[in-house]
Design a protein around this ligand. Structure first.
Ligand code: NAP
Length: 282
């Protein structure tokens, strides 16, 4: 690798758990691109100065993860998508030297469903989104771009779901946590954006039997790969989309911006990340 090879990084606090280096370094190797992708552990109090000196540190761009996804908007020029979601996860320095940001969780969610459940949004009338945090905002924004007629957001802390209604308007409704199962009867899509179902956490209390037979179930959690929610949906014969697929698809745009080639999400890439997740993810 030469001294001028492009480099990018993931900035988080902590950042050890991130699988992004595996994904980007897999693609760099697969396409024979001289470049690098590293982890950068940056505490919140140093985050602003870190991103403002990204170029001086030799980076052409970065991913941003917890807890910096909202704070990053202040230090970058967000595109419409990042502004609408209120959070960004991908940064790049444009040809004029401006530090720009976008939110690729939106396309990660949509592209994963397009790949795994083609036609999923044809005539989608009602989607139920569980959770109202940062990931839920990206999912709801994505569903609105696909003209979903009604989206009901169910969250443990109901006022956060109501905030989404206030932000995004009429197609987005808020419902209390204990209404979840009563909402499933006409839901064509159920999405878990909470941490429930993650290894060590309780399961999402959704009764899959209430969903119509054509419903699709998506889970953003990817440890374990097959969450109890996805397992129950598959047992009923419903189509599903998992969190690892979203993680892989959200990485495509950053790699393209930094390294100049649109990479593919392949079964081999997926296997490489699965191997890193280890037996605890199975
Ligand atoms: P966040 O902003 O902290 O939101 C967490 C959400 O989970 C909130 O809605 C919270 O409800 C809910 N929650 C947490 N514990 C709960 C419990 N015991 N019972 C009910 N609800 C609970 O986090 P985030 O950034 O949105 O991320 C959420 C999940 O999505 C994480 O598992 C993350 O790893 C995953 N994610 C995956 C991808 C991907 O590419 N696959 C991308 C982004 C995020 P309250 O509001 O009531 O606290």
């Amino acid at each position: 690798m030469t001294a001028t090879a492009p480099a990018a990084c993931i900035v988080g606090w902590p950042v050890d758990h991130s699988r992004s280096p595996i994904i980007h370094n897999y693609w760099l190797k697969a396409y024979g691109i001289a470049g690098a992708y590293r982890r950068e552990a940056v505490a919140p109090e140093h985050f602003g100065s870190f991103v403002q000196s990204l170029a001086a540190r030799g980076y052409v761009g970065a991913n941003v993860t917890v807890p910096h996804k909202e704070a990053v908007l202040e230090f970058t020029l967000p595109d419409d998508r990042a502004s609408a979601v209120g959070a960004a996860n991908t940064l790049w320095i444009d040809d004029d030297g401006f530090l720009r940001s976008t939110n690729t969780d939106v396309e990660g969610f949509l592209d994963n469903l397009d790949a795994g459940a083609p036609g999923w949004n044809d005539g989608l009338d009602h989607a139920v989104v569980v959770g109202a945090g940062g990931a839920a905002r990206a999912v709801v924004h994505g569903l609105l771009t696909r003209k979903t007629r009604r989206i009901t957001v169910v969250n443990r802390t109901e006022h956060r779901a109501k905030n989404l209604h206030a932000l995004l308007g009429k197609p987005v409704q808020a419902a209390p946590w204990d209404a979840l199962n009563d909402l499933l009867g006409d839901a064509g899509l159920l999405v878990n954006t909470t941490t429930l179902g993650m290894a060590g956490q309780p399961e999402l209390p959704a009764d899959i039997g209430r969903l119509p037979g054509h419903a699709i179930v998506a889970d953003l959690v990817y440890v374990p790969l097959i969450t109890p929610l996805l397992r129950a949906a598959q047992a009923r014969g419903l189509r599903t989309a998992d969190g690892l697929g979203m993680l892989l698809h959200q990485a495509v745009r950053g790699f393209t911006l930094w390294f100049g080639r649109k990479p593919e999400v392949t079964p081999q890439l997926r296997a490489a990340v699965e191997a890193d997740l280890g037996p605890s993810a199975a």
